[in-house]
Design a binder for this molecule. Structure first.
Ligand code: 8YV
Length: 317
């Protein structure tokens, strides 16, 4: 495709093949190679029409205001909590994300954490490797997963993919959302998150991040989940009050946790890392070769759709 005179700023790399697709069409500014990408972006501001970022790197409203010709922000990832959506709307800058293509991998990770936490797989691995099996004998009993009660906070596309897997594990599923979903008769709606936590054996957090959901999973919710309960979070660290969670895990008031996300990433609190019955992942739920490629292609496809037809394939509502 012929190069057009547009400027495209990349705050993140999409991988060599996808970066090459962008470079074949636009004059690209690969800002992810810079030390202070947003500062450099501001200095190049007059030329930038298209911007590639990610759910994690995001963009500040301040930088958006410094880009007078910006038309579209195409973000790699589904989460929008780091994107300046209101400022973009006010400026008529369109925004896309990469929904759907990552839902199944994120749901796999939720289940990986659920099973790892319930059956104590990482602790068992440490036990077998370290020789404690020989020295101390049989590994302690863990918790059955099959046939239990699955509570889901956030029944969106990812929540649904998690619930579907629950059917294969003979689980009963209930969920808490802003509104009940009339299209999902197999799963019960629970209007109170505390009641959902009280009912559930496993509480999986799958709602969006941002101010509206900050610390939704607070001390009362965690106490309701209780000493036999397991918390799984593949959404955003901000949804769970980590300072409430850690002492409750330490005292056994919450049974365990499987966490892919944290309040202050990439930091993991040392107190949390010291607890044996938690399973931790470095925010990698969507990070498989297959899904990362699909996400990158969707970013490229959104940019092409905007360039050719002034419309995005997966606009953020
Ligand atoms: C992404 C995520 O891999 O899509 C999201 O919102 O949290 C992850 O799946 C990552 O955040 C992209 O930057």
């Amino acid at each position: 495709m012929a190069q057009v005179g547009a400027e495209l700023a990349q705050l993140v790399s999409l991988g060599a093949d996808y970066n090459a697709q962008l470079a074949a069409r636009w004059r690209v500014l690969p800002l992810f190679e810079e030390d202070a990408p947003e500062a450099r972006l501001k200095s190049l501001a007059p030329d930038v029409r298209l911007l590639v970022t990610s759910a994690r790197v995001g963009l500040t409203a301040d930088t958006l205001q410094a880009l007078p010709r910006l038309q579209a922000i195409c973000s790699w990832g589904v989460g929008c909590d780091a994107l300046p959506l209101e400022a973009a709307r006010a400026r008529r800058v369109v925004v896309s994300n990469t929904p759907d293509v990552l839902s199944e991998c994120v749901a796999d990770m939720a289940w990986g954490l659920l099973l790892s936490g319930a059956r104590q797989i990482p602790a068992g691995d440490r036990y077998a490797r370290s020789g404690r099996w020989v020295a101390q004998g049989k590994f302690p009993l863990s918790t059955q997963a099959w046939g239990k009660r699955l509570g889901i906070l956030g029944m969106g596309r990812i929540g649904e993919a998690i619930a579907r897997r629950g059917q294969g594990f003979g689980m009963t599923t209930r969920y808490h959302n802003r509104r009940p979903r009339t299209d999902l008769p197999d799963y019960g709606y629970e209007p109170s998150l505390v009641e959902l936590a009280r009912w559930a054996d496993f509480l999986v957090v799958a709602c969006p991040g941002g101010a509206a959901t900050r610390h939704l999973v607070d001390e009362p919710v965690l106490r309701a989940l209780g000493p036999q309960g397991l918390l799984v979070n593949i959404a955003r660290g901000s949804v769970v009050d980590e300072s409430a969670l850690i002492p409750l895990l330490q005292s056994g008031a919450v049974g365990g946790a499987g966490l892919d996300v944290f309040e202050h990433e990439p930091g993991v609190p040392a107190d949390l890392a010291a607890i044996d019955h938690v399973v931790l992942m470095p925010h990698a739920a969507s990070s498989t070769r297959e899904t990362a490629g699909k996400m990158s292609q969707l970013v490229v496809d959104n940019l092409n759709a905007w360039q050719d037809h002034q419309r995005l394939l997966t606009p953020v509502a």
